[in-house]
Design a protein around this ligand. Sequence first.
Ligand SMILES: [Mn+2]
Length: 387
Amino acid sequence: MTNPFAGQADIPNREGQWAQQAEAELPTRRHREEIDRCIAHGLEAAPTINDRTLSTFARGELPHFAGERGTFLKAPFLEDVNDVADAEVAVFGAPLDAGTTYRPGTRFGPMGIRRSTNLFGTYCYELGVDLREQLNIVDIGDVVTIPANIEKSFDQISQAMAHVVSNGVFPVVLGGDHSIGFPTVRGLAPYLDGNVGIIHFDRHVDTQETDLDERMHTTPWFHATNIKNAPATNLVQIGIGGWQAPRAGVQVGRQRGSTVITVGDVERVGIEKVAEIALETAWKDAKAVYLSFDIDVIDAGFVPGTGWPEPGGLLPREALNLIRLISEPGLNGIEVVECSPPYDWAEQTALMSSRVILDSLAVMVRAGKLGKKPAALERHAWGPFAD
Ligand SMILES: [Mn+2]
């Protein structure tokens, strides 16, 4: 059918038409170089990713919610992740909110957590530790996640985690919603010569099989504890309670024998006793312990910027003291999840998220569990523009 308005309705010298043609004249060489560099420095994507121009770690333009170059605690940024073995601790972001079932926004979590650390120095008075002096820590940027596909995002996160731990480096993961708890443990577990215990701080048990027909942020421990060397009997969950504990998840915990400690338990027996139980449970016949800290375990009044705020949680002091106690014997990895900057009015949720990581690392340094590898200062300079 011919358009009766053809040739009449058009605008003389239409810019839209000019631009449509002009794009064909623009070069693409730099973009192709960028893709090559992303893959060289950020590794090829997981096998399930069809678009082979994507990498595992974000090093270029995409995705736009990842890859900001400000680093955690202004630690050195490691451009080429193939060199990660030079470091003792590698921080990376898993910017994902495809697993949220209420408030989204955790895809901005890594960015928000890193930015919050601009407030902190590298020295902690009462712990007597200076991380800049004592710890070889680098930031290796963010994982390329696929917002429309949670399973592909999981594959990317597992691949990133596997890269770090297979190089003998201690992983610190900036979430991301709590669905990442499954792919992080899946990436870590194969590299351990024994069982891994999980110390899980949360208001929610997160042990149901699916939520809204998918593996969401309410489900990581169902799937993680299906991994052969990550048994539920080594899963200890601290701070559980309130009105958001789906009964399906409670049933799974009962069947599999996970250990649940409520906020009431913490109040009744005190943090020393709770830490003792947590360590005993997580380390029982295990070779490694992973810390998964959902920031919503802290009372919602202190951490508004989170996906599922639940009033009545731990006080910040209680949470930090627990972190210090459970970190003392040494951990094998840390993740902090559910920090959602769009809901974080005054950045206090991000600040609490970074404090959990900083206090845990500092205690491990003080106890001699970390800080064994000298900092490669010649190669990776500290500072805001380190590159
Ligand atoms: Mn939670």
